[in-house]
Design a protein around this ligand. Structure first.
Ligand code: MRU
Length: 361
């Protein structure tokens, strides 16, 4: 399993995903601004991974904060929280991590500042470890949807690289493989920055899972030929009504799946559900710089100078296209997402398939 990010020797070490697979390079961040820059520049990307990076970045900043009291310490962390919140707007994970750390700090307000610094490192590492456990559980619930002989389409990268480990969309594939199922994966290249070609194809090849790379506009033809059995993708944010935001082009895949009667699954840790947002229309969509579209790898120009560009990084897939949302607590119909937050919700009753028991159930 590829290691995306770790805390080592008082630094945050991240794999530079912007160079993969040409170059495997780790970046050592010794201050939080470099971590924030890494998130903005896609050295680290994928919703869970940027949440983990933000938590580690806050812990890193905390090591340099001098304060006499809890209040002074918390106050000096505020601009750090804001810096991470300003990096990428669509994934809910950064906000989730910031809110979690704030609640955590408040719970330990009686501790001395030196202890608070240590606790923040522990909590950030805890978020990383928890993410791996959650993804494994998503895999256990999701593997039931992959049958022997299937071909699974995926879009972008929701693999180990996008998370602490296992991935979300790739977790069902890893578990299905452990269960002895034989299947293949088709990876959309995912323009403009090619997470499918550069990251998913690379990652699955390292795992020994058969993968075929296609251009994004090939997916429809393969579906029409009967060559795709199901699609599994990740998500950056899921709204209360089950709408999901994910990498640009996901909506197109979902519509194509519906047209061809192919199940379209979204693998989503519960932390990526934004229970404060009624529908996907309210999810902020990041627009990135034109050079991601006009250039390959930032160096090779492929479009005329001065051309007008739109570069939406994400789109929203309405809930009606989603067959199931696979979480660490089971797979659910998108209409049932709102019930997942309800205290005492009967998850057993809401789960789509009861045939398999998940480890966190
Ligand atoms: O722009 P990116 O590479 O951060 O986009 C990533 C995705 O769209 C992933 O599918 C999503 O974050 C889910 S990762 C488990």
């Amino acid at each position: 399993m590829v290691k995306t990010i770790e805390w080592a020797d008082g630094k945050v070490i991240m794999l530079d995903q912007s160079r993969l697979p040409i170059e495997v390079r780790y970046i050592e961040c010794d201050n939080y601004l470099t971590v924030a820059e890494g998130i903005r520049n896609l050295w680290i990307r994928g919703a869970p991974a940027i949440g983990i990076a933000a938590a580690m970045g806050v812990a890193l900043a905390a090591q340099d904060i001098e304060a006499e009291t809890y209040e002074g310490f918390a106050e000096k962390l505020e601009p750090v929280f804001s810096a991470f919140l300003a990096t990428r707007p669509t994934a809910v994970n950064i906000r989730w991590a910031v809110e979690r750390l704030k609640v955590f700090l408040a719970k330990h307000r009686e501790e001395r500042v030196q202890r608070l610094r240590e606790l923040l490192v522990q909590e950030a590492n805890g978020i990383l470890e928890e993410d791996i456990r959650i993804n494994r559980a998503i895999g256990e619930w999701g593997a039931q949807f992959i049958r022997d002989g299937d071909t699974v389409l995926t879009h972008c990268n929701a693999g180990s690289l996008a998370t602490g480990g296992y991935g979300t969309a790739t977790a069902p594939m890893l578990v299905a493989r452990e269960q002895g199922k034989k299947f293949e994966v088709v990876a959309d290249e995912t323009r403009p920055v090619l997470q499918g070609a550069r990251l998913t194809a690379w990652e699955l090849m390292q795992e020994g899972i058969p993968v075929t790379l296609i251009t994004d506009n090939t997916a429809g033809a393969l579906m029409k030929n009967g060559e795709i059995d199901l699609a599994i993708v990740g998500t950056d944010r899921t709204a209360l009504n089950g709408d999901v935001a994910n990498k640009i082009g996901t909506y197109t895949v979902a519509v194509l799946c519906k047209e061809h009667g192919i199940p379209f699954y979204v693998a989503a840790p519960l932390s990526s559900i934004d229970f404060s947002i009624a529908s996907g229309d309210l999810i902020p969509i990041e627009e990135r710089g034109a050079e991601e579209v006009t250039h390959i790898f930032g160096t090779c120009r492929i479009a005329p100078e001065g051309v007008k560009v739109r570069n939406l990084a994400f789109d929203v897939t309405p809930a009606r296209y989603v067959s199931a949302i696979i979480t660490e607590k089971g797979a659910f119909r998108p209409v049932d997402v709102r019930d997942l937050a309800r205290p005492g919700a009967d998850l057993e009753k809401l789960r789509i398939v009861g045939a398999m028991k998940g480890p966190l159930s």
